[in-house]
Design a protein around this ligand. Sequence first.
Ligand code: CAA
Length: 259
Amino acid sequence: MQDLQDIIVSDVQKGVLTITLNRPEAYNALRTNLLQEMADTLDAAVLNDDVKAVLVTGGEKVFAAGADIKEMASLDAVGVMNDPRPTYWRRINAFPKPMVAAVNGFALGGGCELMMHCDIVIAGDNAQFGQPEINLGIIPGAGGTQRLVRAVGKSMAMQLVLSGEFISAEQGRDFGLVSEVVIPERTLERARQLAEKIATKPPIAVRLAKEAILKSYETTLDSGLNLERKAFTMLAATEDRNEGIAAFMEKRKPNFTGK
Ligand code: CAA
């Protein structure tokens, strides 16, 4: 992989790869290079069996303040049409292993959208969420009008997108954007704890569970239930399922191998 400028990627520890957004001078604004580095890192992580889960954080003070407005300013309509960013977002979205976000401070615009690409969000009580694109004469462009409404419902999605107002971590939790709120000093630790726990679970079951849950965004209940049943059936052919059941019977800890 090329030298990374905009993110820091840790060594894999206890099955968890940590990606830290690293543009403190710009509130971790998601310039194109940052998104490309994330997409490349995740593509490599798909192929690395040691990576069982990914932790995404912006550090202690801010998650990300959105697309880089200074970079965006130079693009006209043709530039936006030819922008490679949507391809990077698609690659991030296609990452099949679990992603846990540790969010302190602002998660705005593309930052809120990146957070919504993650499967579980742990937020510090200083977090603020918003889609303030309306103040720039634009609208969210990386899922903010689609994922947000599925996460928080129509009225709050409209409120955030049309008014540009921010909501607090507690409101984010009440509306389902976030699963837990902790003190900011604990955000990364709690998110890491969860990612490490998930990393001990049977990887094929984890992957199929993620796929089935995400499918519920896009399908009817009946086809979602069909997909769930097929995945459930497929898991009966895995060694990890035999191991999980045997371990329960023998009153011992399971040793999952991903087979
Ligand atoms: N892009 C580029 N630079 C940004 C940025 C962004 N999104 N957000 C903050 N910065 C930079 C500021 O320009 C500033 O840099 P300088 O010191 O060099 O001027 C530095 O980060 C600190 O910012 P502020 O001085 O503004 O800090 P603040 O504490 O007063 O305010 C803030 C913080 C509320 C996050 C404010 O910076 C802000 O409103 N940022 C923009 C948020 C936004 O509109 N996001 C949506 C972007 S569009 C988008 O995201 C679309 C998409 O993905 C498809």
